[in-house]
Design a binder for this molecule. Structure first.
Ligand code: GLP
Length: 254
C-alpha cells in the first residue's frame, strides 16, 4: 500500500482523507476491479490511525458503490456495473461470456417439486403438475452476482435431473437436448432489500438494495416454459433500455 501521507492538522476527517486516497488509486488503476483493498488492520498499522478509522474509510467506499465487501474475505473493487439488457433473451452464461467474464454457479436446490399456485397460473400448468426446481447462486469471476430460481415443467424434460449438471448452462442443455429454446420473455423488475439468507449467500450486508426479477420465458409458439424469480445485486448491475416509437402491437406480452 502506497498512499500519500495524511494531513493530521486538517479539519478534513482522517477516514475521508483515506477514502479520497483510495478513490484516486482506484481511478488510476492501482487497484483494479475485483482486486482487494488492504484490511482495516493494515490501514491502521500503515497509516497510524485507529482500526475504527480504517473501517470507516472502507465502509465509506462501499457506501459509494466503488467497492463491495465479502464477509470474512475483505473489501474488493467493484468495477463497472454490468448492464442488464431488457431487449434480448439471454442466459446468464451468455451474458457473462459476452463480457469476457467467467460464469460459475453454486447449486442450492435441484429437484422435482409440485408447482404452487403462483407458478401454475403463470405458466399454465395443470393442477398439481410437477416442475423441475433449480435454485443457484450465479457468479462472475467468483464474485456473487445474484440468486436465480428457475421452474420448468417436468413433462418437457423428464430426465433433466439425471442428465444435467446444474453448474452448467441450463439454457444450453434445454436447447440442445430437449429442443426447448427460450425465444421470448416477460420480465418484471422491482426494488427490494436483501433478507438474511440472501445477504449471506451473496456476501452483502443485510438490507442491501437488490433488484427482484420475475421472468416468464416462452417458446417461439408462445408456450410458457419457464418461471424464474431472481435477485441481483444492485451494486453489480444497472438496467439499460432503449425506448422507441415503433408499433406497440409488436411488443405486446403474450
Ligand atoms: C438468465 C435468466 C434466467 C435463466 C438463466 C439460465 O439469467 N434470467 O431466467 O434461468 O439465464 O442461465 P444458464 O443457461 O447460464 O444456466
Amino acid at each position: 500500500m502506497n498512499l500519500a501521507p495524511l494531513d493530521r492538522e486538517s479539519v478534513v476527517p482522517l477516514y475521508y482523507q483515506i477514502q479520497q486516497r483510495f478513490l484516486e488509486q482506484i481511478r488510476n488503476g492501482v487497484f483494479k476491479p475485483g482486486e482487494s483493498l488492504p484490511s482495516e488492520q493494515e490501514i491502521a498499522e500503515q497509516l497510524g490511525v485507529s482500526r475504527m478509522t480504517g473501517r470507516q474509510a472502507l465502509k465509506s467506499l462501499c457506501d459509494l458503490g466503488v467497492t463491495y465487501s465479502l464477509r470474512g474475505k475483505g473489501t474488493f473493487v467493484s468495477g463497472i456495473k454490468l448492464e442488464k439488457d431488457f431487449r434480448q433473451v439471454t442466459s446468464f452464461t451468455e451474458e457473462m461470456q459476452a463480457r469476457g467474464l467467467r460464469p460459475k454457479s453454486t447449486v442450492l436446490d435441484f429437484q422435482v417439486a409440485e408447482a404452487d399456485q403462483e407458478i401454475a397460473s403463470a405458466i399454465h400448468l395443470t393442477p398439481r403438475e410437477n416442475v423441475i426446481s433449480l435454485r443457484r447462486i450465479r457468479f462472475a469471476n467468483l464474485s456473487p452476482m445474484g440468486i436465480e430460481w428457475s421452474r420448468i415443467p417436468q413433462r418437457l424434460c423428464p430426465d433433466l435431473l439425471e442428465t444435467f449438471d446444474p453448474r452448467n448452462s441450463l439454457y444450453e442443455t434445454l436447447s440442445q437436448r430437449y429442443g426447448i429454446r427460450m425465444m421470448i420473455a416477460d420480465e418484471i423488475v422491482e426494488a427490494g432489500l436483501a433478507g438474511p439468507e440472501e445477504s449471506r449467500l451473496l456476501g452483502i450486508e443485510r438490507k442491501s438494495p437488490v433488484f427482484l426479477f420475475t421472468r416468464i420465458s416462452y417458446l417461439q409458439n408462445g408456450e410458457a416454459v419457464e418461471f424464474v424469480k431472481s435477485i441481483y445485486r444492485s451494486d453489480r448491475y444497472r438496467i439499460v433500455n432503449r425506448l422507441t416509437r415503433i408499433n406497440r402491437e409488436l411488443l405486446k406480452a403474450r
